[in-house]
Ligand binder design. Structure first.
Ligand SMILES: Cc1ncc(COP(=O)(O)O)c(C=O)c1O
Length: 460
């Protein structure tokens, strides 16, 4: 039994998100650093769960949230509108591609994903084509934990227990060059070029497919894999030819994280729905956004009259005020440009880790990087899943004073270990050097633990 003052299950009354570990209590955050109640400091190299893009303790954001709460905290979004939601939607209209101009605000990424999927289906039904109702997504991928978003997620481990509650979704291999049979080298590889989508649409019958949903740059499930230059143009062209709506899930990679507001921007492609979450309000309030077009909404306005997705906290003024202040702060301080610039420093520095025998790949864009661990570098053989390499690394990192975002079990075989690095956009060059030093310390600790577990020899 843990001591009564420990933050660990079953002590206290919090249902902790892990039931077998200690939770240091954070009492303060400042810039890229978190401080716990024992005085220990942590470099937040993943902005929590890729959320705190502006850093911790930002007084401008704190004031914006407080001011909105003092003015009016909550209004029912079915009965009223408010300044914060109006102004934030106008900002998003300006930031997104032409044609994307109407935004529904929710609280979590999964909510906004569900909204887009439901509205896609509603659009086809209102158009008199109710048979267009199937969803196609990538494998591996992640779109959220609620049941429709989980249905669309190519993550067998997360789905296993709930399989019979999920709706069927067709999958297409993700553009994940490091784990593709072609190793990203074949020009005509269906997965890496995007033509695999057309194969699946033809198998399913495009007249039955409502939407294709994908992450423009891979999130946790492919560890910041960046698709080829022509990939999204090919996807857009296939979707158009087969009348399938394209939903870009930018919950993790949007809002500036990859060095441009939208991760699709460098591909010059406009989706039918674009979803933002996580960093869109810098972690100062829960917020997600689903942006779409008049083309879609005019049909719904004329037939069923309202989108089929409503929640108590849709268009929540305090969250929208946090989103508005985040966007204005990003612009005023040039932080997205800074993210692109510091991203180059980050990737150069993390690239040095490739000299380690268990670091298989380092990839990504902007201040968004995936580091994939392998048992054998030449064959790219992952660690056995029972060794829990990614989690072991994240725990070692935390004890060394570094916060990363681990992910495991994303391959077809249920193994694979990577960590995401995504520090606040305000990180400095010296903090990046410190990050890489701490990473090396944690890697030594984790590798020793993992090889101790199997009593095996470390590769030299
Ligand atoms: C790409 C993507 N979509 C959706 C989600 C779900 O977001 P949330 O956890 O806020 O519901 C996530 C969460 O990690 C994500 O990475």
């Amino acid at each position: 039994m843990p001591p009564s003052n420990s933050n660990r299950y079953p002590a206290g009354h919090v249902l902790y998100r892990r039931l077998q570990k200690d939770f240091p209590k954070v009492v303060r955050g400042e810039g890229c650093w978190l401080y716990d109640d024992a005085g220990k400091r942590y470099l937040d190299a993943s902005s929590g769960a890729l959320v705190t893009n502006l850093g911790h303790g930002n007084a401008v954001l704190a004031k914006a949230v407080g001011d909105q709460a003092a003015r009016v905290g909550y209004v029912n979004g079915v009965a009223f509108t408010n300044d914060a939601v109006e102004e934030l939607a106008t900002e998003l209209d300006a930031l997104t591609a032409d044609g994307l101009e109407k935004t529904l605000f929710c609280c979590n990424g999964g909510d906004a994903v569900e909204a887009a999927l439901k509205i896609a289906r509603q659009y086809w039904t209102d158009l008199g084509r109710p048979e267009k109702r199937k969803i196609v997504s990538l494998f591996p991928s992640y779109h959220g934990n609620t049941l429709l978003a989980l249905s669309a997620s190519g993550r067998p481990g997360y789905r296993k227990l709930l399989q019979d509650w999920l709706v069927p979704v067709c999958t297409v291999p993700a553009p994940y060059a490091y784990r593709c049979a072609c190793r990203g080298e074949r020009e005509d590889c269906p997965a890496c070029s995007g033509t695999a989508l057309e194969e699946v649409l033809l198998q399913e019958g495009p007249e039955t497919v409502a939407a294709f949903i994908a992450e423009p740059v891979g999130g946790a499930s492919t560890g910041a894999s960046v698709p080829r230059a022509g990939y999204w143009k090919k996807i857009r062209e296939i979707c158009d030819r087969h009348e399938v709506l394209f939903i870009a899930d930018e919950v993790m990679v949007g809002a500036g994280r990859t060095g441009t507001w939208s991760a699709l921007e460098p591909y010059a492609v406009t989706p039918d729905f674009q979803i933002f979450g996580k960093g869109i309000a810098g972690g100062y309030a829960p917020l997600s956004a689903m942006v779409t077009s008049r083309r879609i909404l005019d049909v719904i306005a004329e037939v069923s009259g309202a989108p089929l997705h409503n929640q108590t906290f849709s268009q929540f003024p305090i969250s929208c005020a946090a989103g508005l202040a985040t966007i204005r702060h990003l612009k005023a301080e040039g932080l997205i440009e800074r993210c692109a610039r510091m991203g180059e420093v980050l990737h150069r520095s993390l690239g040095e880790l490739l000299d380690h025998p268990n670091v298989g790949d380092v990839r990504g864009r902007g201040l968004f990087a995936g580091v994939e661990f392998v048992a054998d570098k030449d064959s790219r053989e992952p660690f056995d899943s029972s060794l829990g390499m990614a989690e072991t690394f994240a725990l070692a990192a935390q004890s060394a004073g570094l916060v990363v975002w681990p992910n495991s079990g994303y391959t077809e075989q249920g193994n694979g270990d990577l960590v995401l690095i995504g520090p606040p956009f305000i990180i400095t060059e010296s903090e990046i050097s410190e990050l890489v030093e701490l990473f090396r310390v944690a890697l030594e600790m984790a590798i020793n633990t993992v090889y101790d577990r199997i009593g095996g020899q470390r590769p030299i």
